[in-house]
Design a protein around this ligand. Structure first.
Ligand code: PEP
Ligand code: CO
Length: 448
């Protein structure tokens, strides 16, 4: 018998990856202030996303989710937000065209501020301090004061999320989606690729297709500029998530109104965890990361607990096995989900199973490994009578050098020149655009 749910019922369970705050009283007071503030998104938007995800579960839509591993407060700037939106829109245009499906765009943005860590502490030169857990918890600098968890940061996280979302909404409503037009694509890099001509042809064909659609009588060109854009983050810091959880009178359900699509990370998905307890009660769609440790005996009850009424559009399973393990790990899980007749959307995160450390101490990922996991994911789903309905990237619109490879041939020795991520390495603008082009070429049987 499962106990009744409330936004606070997670507190009756064990929750890992939570900061140690010096004063519980201060946490309570910050949460009370958060509870009094307006939500960041609405339940009406969330319902729209859930309906689109339900369509994606039937193969009618495709999910593109991407953004920083960890957003930082300092990076809440016009240019950075614009660049992230631009690359997501451009990738979505390539995917829409290549896969012949509408694409659901979801940013890891406007709230991706909390990070799970493999160790609670970090040691440098013999000094041990708490690990950095994301800007909503503590500061990345390696001093005792900076690493002290500070509940006031939850209020800053809320404010930076609101600023980011406000600017995203202004850009989209103001017609920024026009930037989807390939004229504004920075395509110089593709000339270095052996596939240069194919990439340029694709960009021109998309441009022509848009121009053609605009000339069809009855087509309102303004509709082409209209895009839906949704936000997501890992729902890790439970006091924050609970404080932004509100009861919707029109829908008679609880929603997490800090984001449209919260997800549960690999490290906090135990069946009896505080995170699963919290997530089972909200009406948002939820993402669930699944890695090599996931078993059938764990996954099936987990999905059933998170989606007791078998609602369509509710569960996005984001697998992240690594290119060396996906072929062994994925098929049995697909078969088990099929056998249990559970409605899910399968998405592939080809980033988190492919992280490597260079001898010089950088965390990196190889473009080829990422692509290989994705290609295998499309093929394995197909072989199992399933289909891959989404992709999940860590990427940025900036010209960072964090992942190795791609047409511009970022090398290990280049990492030091443009490595900005505070946690995991991201695809840069060119690598992300190229990845989208390779997916429509190799993925899902579609081609250009
Ligand atoms: C992440 O998406 O940043 C992350 C930590 O992923 P995972 O839980 O899959 O390791
Ligand atoms: Co990450």
């Amino acid at each position: 018998m499962i106990n009744p749910w409330s936004p606070a019922s997670w507190q009756t369970k064990t929750s890992t990856q939570q900061p140690e705050y010096p004063s519980a009283k201060e946490v309570t007071s910050v949460c009370a202030r958060l509870e009094a503030l307006p939500p960041l998104v609405s339940e009406f938007e969330i319902k729209k996303l859930k309906a689109q995800l339900a369509e994606a579960q039937k193969g009618q839509y495709f999910l593109l989710q991407g953004g920083d591993c960890a957003e930082s407060f300092a990076d809440c700037k016009a240019e950075s937000i614009t660049d992230k939106l631009k690359i997501l829109l451009q990738m979505s245009l390539i995917l829409t065209y290549g896969l012949r499906k509408p694409v659901i765009r979801v940013g890891r943005i406007a709230g991706q501020y909390a990070k799970p860590r493999s160790s609670p502490s970090e040691t440098q030169n013999g000094i041990e301090l708490p690990s950095y857990r994301g800007d909503i918890v503590n500061d990345v600098n390696f001093t005792a004061t900076a690493r002290q968890a500070d509940p006031e940061r939850m209020l800053s996280g809320y404010h930076y999320s609101a600023l980011t979302l406000n600017y995203l909404r202004a850009l989209i409503d103001g017609g920024f989606a026009d930037l989807q037009h390939p004229e504004s694509w920075e395509l110089d890099f593709v000339k270095k690729s052996p596939m240069a001509q194919q990439y340029l042809d694709l960009a021109h064909t998309i441009g022509d297709a848009i121009d053609y659609v605009k000339t069809i009588p009855g087509v309102n060109a303004a509709n082409l500029q209209q895009v839906d854009f949704f936000t997501s983050h890992e729902a890790l810091l439970l006091p924050y998530e609970a404080a932004l959880t509100r009861f919707s009178e029109p829908h008679q359900r609880w929603y997490n109104l800090s984001t449209h699509l919260p997800w549960i990370g690999m490290r906090t998905a135990q069946l009896d965890s505080g995170h699963v307890e919290y997530m089972r009660g909200i009406a948002n769609p939820v993402g669930l990361k699944i890695g090599p440790a996931m078993t059938i005996e764990w996954l099936i009850p987990l999905i059933q607990r998170l989606n007791p009424d078998n609602e369509a559009g509710k569960i996005v399973l984001i697998h992240r096995f690594g290119h060396e393990h996906i072929a062994e790990k994925l098929p049995p899980l697909i078969a088990a989900v099929q056998k249990a007749k559970l409605p899910v959307l399968w998405s592939c995160d080809p980033m988190h199973g492919n992280t490597k450390n260079t001898p010089s101490g950088y965390k990196t990922r190889y473009f080829q490994d990422i692509l290989s996991e994705l290609q295998q994911a499309f093929a394995l789903h197909h072989q199992c009578g399933s289909f891959l309905g989404g992709i999940h990237f860590e990427m940025t619109g900036d010209d960072v050098t964090e992942c190795i490879g791609g047409a511009t041939d970022v090398r290990e020795e280049d990492l030091k020149s443009g490595y900005k991520s505070m946690v995991d390495p991201r695809l840069n603008y060119e690598q992300a655009l190229e990845m989208a082009m390779l997916i429509v070429k190799k993925g899902g049987g579609s081609s250009f």
